[in-house]
Design a protein around this ligand. Sequence first.
Ligand code: WQD
Length: 343
Amino acid sequence: MAQKQTILVTGGTGYIGSHTTVELIEKGYNVVIIDNLSNSDKTVLDGIKKIIGTKPDFYQIDMCEPDAVKKIFEKHKDIKAVIHFAASKAVGESVEKPLKYYENNLISLIYLLKAMSECSINQLVFSSSCTVYGQPEELPVTENAPIQTANSPYGNTKQIAEEIIKDIIVSKAELNAVLLRYFNPIGAHPTAHIGELPNGVPNNLIPFITQTAAGIRKELKIFGDDYETPDGTAIRDYINVVDLAKAHVIAIERLLTSKNDRPLEIFNLGTGKGNSVLEMVKTFERATGISFPYTIVDRREGDIEQVWADTTYANEVLGWKAEIPLEETLISAWTWEKKIRNL
Ligand code: WQD
């Protein structure tokens, strides 16, 4: 039996991290998770175990502590690569709390990169975001689109993070990195053993919709219907979180088998299709049979008008494509919400 390769997943009890952990283990990898549980819960490990039968090694660590990660590398000398999810990720919140975002998202990355270098771990998959594009001039947006001034501190932290990684690679360090620019991850694992667990009032659209449908929130506030879009509400590219997780396994395999064409590769991970907020509301109602109250309010600070991905490069080079239909994805989100609320 070939020795299993071990991957460190930072932020692995988080939304995308937990779904990626499941896909990695199902593909035969060992996973070590570090997470500070600031926006997730240890019970996620029980959910992972229900799906794959085992619990990955887990350490509650704040990556802003300089040597915390290095201790994990010293304890798990078989770690071959890192997938770095750990970061704060709410666009709206980052406008209100910029310092939290710059500290948490950048200090943690710098300490991780230092520990990787000191322990000669040179394969990194980084959780980036379509927010690095700001409001693209052309749609769909490709990986070569100009990086514009970010519309939020969150987007800026992702831009700066990408620059830090690029500069390290230019310095001829041994590092190989794949930057994955996510569009809008939504939905839950089909087993409903893991899903999105936002702390407090959700910033993101889909958990707010499912909590409103569950009667936890009084109504959905739609942030603006005066955008230059067909129905006036903002457009995003909503991608199923399991499709997104599968792309991470492909990226890891690409690095571990040295299939990467260059030390830095960047991929858009979206569906290639945009949907407006109102379309998402209507699709949710149609798919689940559940309607819920909503009202139109002012635009949210930091929001862009519309973005959706050109996924040609990921399709051709990674051989990856988002496959799960939107209705199925919204049903998975609703099934998960009902499960965690015992509805
Ligand atoms: C989507 C749309 C809102 C809530 C997210 C992640 C970010 C990044 C990109 C990965 C917007 C509208 C929302 C609500 C609403 N992903 N909305 N009422 O801002 O596109 O960013 O995707 O890196 O991490 O946060 O996602 O779900 O907050 O908003 O009208 O109560 O829904 O205005 O148009 P966003 P979102």
